[in-house]
Design a protein around this ligand. Structure first.
Ligand code: G1P
Length: 263
């Protein structure tokens, strides 16, 4: 629920899903996170308050947020890792492929990252992970893949390692928080032992899945911000503000003055 400029980060993620044509969404939540449900729910008191004061633009926005998608919730009762969080969605998903988006990766670009991935998925019909080329000093913070590029931007993945030491990383292609997964992943996750950090890692399960089914990577077009990292969060705030018509010019002016004053 941490806001980036004027809306919570999770709303950016939900809007990416909706803009990619998906309407049924399950949010894996947990204790103390009820504010997420309230944010996407309708709030009659707030609507009445805004209507009385003729704040029509805000009223429309509040209603738009409440009608974004069919949002469902499941609670993960203890933080046992991303793999375990995905397993919590099993009965909601059933036996179809599904997309997973992580709440701290904000991606901006001309086309939503998930929409780009869905296009590739339609052609390949296999598990697909979003990939980003990382600076060397960041490889130990992400899942890293090795693979062969089989068409522009598309890789056939051979191996995956969760948060390797830089000297053990098989490449600098990092897994970004967007996945389209085969439902077979649930069976694999059930028996995936805890890995890095003692948690059930989705990366480890996908590595096992790659022995049974083809797994692909896709180097998406766009820029990704790791809003779960302090500097990444600051970068996202500044750069998203610069992209906005209402804030861009004034923020740019402010930054120029700030830089010239500090020289
Ligand atoms: C998770 C995944 C990791 C991936 C990353 C992307 O890590 O385990 O493979 O590269 O998301 O943001 P986490 O951010 O939970 O540490």
């Amino acid at each position: 629920m941490l806001p980036l400029i004027d809306k919570p980060i999770i709303q950016y993620i939900i809007e990416e899903v909706v803009d990619s044509g998906i309407e049924d969404i399950l949010i894996v939540t947990g204790r103390g996170k009820r504010a997420i449900e309230d944010h996407f729910d309708c709030c009659l008191e707030l609507e009445a308050y805004l209507r009385e004061r003729n704040k029509n633009e805000w009223l429309e926005e509040v209603r738009r947020i409440a009608n974004l998608a069919n949002i469902h919730y499941v609670r993960q009762c203890e933080p046992r890792g991303l793999g375990h969080a995905v397993l919590c969605a099993r009965s909601f998903i059933g036996s179809e492929p599904f997309a997973v988006l992580l709440g701290d990766d904000v991606i901006v670009g001309e086309d939503p990252c998930l929409a780009q991935m869905l296009k590739v998925f339609k052609e390949l019909q296999g598990t697909l992970l979003a990939l980003d080329w990382l600076p060397v000093d960041q490889v130990s913070r992400y899942g890293i893949i090795s693979g062969a590029e089989i068409q522009p931007r598309v890789f056939h993945i051979g191996d995956l390692i969760e948060k390797p030491a830089p000297e053990e990383a098989p490449s600098r292609w990092g897994i970004t928080g967007r996945y389209i997964l085969s439902p077979r992943i649930f069976n694999v996750l059930e028996t995936t032992p805890p890995g890095c950090g003692g948690e059930i890692q989705l990366t480890d399960a996908i590595k096992l899945l790659a022995k049974e089914e083809r797994v692909f990577g896709y180097a998406f077009a766009g820029k990704r911000y790791d809003a779960g990292d302090k500097f990444g969060y600051l970068q996202a705030t500044v750069e998203l503000a610069l992209r906005r018509e209402d804030l861009g010019p004034v923020v740019l002016e402010y930054l120029k003055n700030l830089v010239s004053d500090s020289m």
